[in-house]
Design a protein around this ligand. Sequence first.
Ligand SMILES: Nc1ncnc2c1ncn2[C@@H]1O[C@H](COP(=O)(O)OP(=O)(O)O)[C@@H](O)[C@H]1O
Ligand SMILES: [Mg+2]
Length: 250
Amino acid sequence: MDSPFVSSGSFEDEGQKLKACEENLRRYHQLALAGRLVGATMHEVNNRLAALTNLIFLARSSGQSQPQSTEYLDEADLQLRSLAEITTRSLTFIRVDAESKEVDLVDLATSALKLHREQIAKKRINVQTRSSDVARACVNKGEIFQVLTNLLLNSLDAVPHSGNLHVRVAIRSLNAIITVADNGSGIPRSIQNTLFDSFKSNKSEGNGLGLWIVREIVQGHGGAIRYRTSNRQNKSGTVFRIVLPIQRAS
Ligand SMILES: Nc1ncnc2c1ncn2[C@@H]1O[C@H](COP(=O)(O)OP(=O)(O)O)[C@@H](O)[C@H]1O
Ligand SMILES: [Mg+2]
């Protein structure tokens, strides 16, 4: 008598079908994320383009007043830089190259800090780094640089004038641990539950994409991100801790 159950061959077929479905779902999920990212980016780009048009109009119509038009042009320059940052961030995120190479994460953290040296100097932020000499891990360099940059930018926004910023990179057995800590305002309670969701920001100029991208990249590396934060007066601050496997599972 024929078995009412499918033969082992059919099981394999079913298994393959299931795998194909899962792969399709994963792709749709990626596409949906990319779509949301494009939408958010366009929104940000449009806002800044509108600001630029206004500023150029004001600079033009300020007539003979040199200081006034310089002020408008300085602001226009800031808006342009911010536009460049937004497009670079989006392009890096959606770029196709997903190659991983061995990278020294201490070097990478040093470069990320260098990138923000003007902002650090302007706010007179006290930066402390406590890292091993080298911390090699097989990662996508551009993506992990983006992770570091996004975390640093958030800390730089949050710390007061003369605040403290700690950046540490270390290897612990098979993982690289990156820690970015600050004594800033702490993450507002109202957004803590949805912190890593896209478009959650409490900054007038923010887009709430930074931490969402950070988590996507870290998870894409098979890693994990955690944070601790405090809003207590005189004891406020935030620590982000990222754990990345030093070898990427293929
Ligand atoms: N180090 C930090 N200190 C205080 N608040 C933070 C910190 N990092 C993130 N946040 C909060 O999380 C929100 C989301 O961050 P993010 O996703 O990078 O978006 P954005 O910086 O554009 O607002 C920020 O608006 C801020 O309120
Ligand atoms: Mg941010």
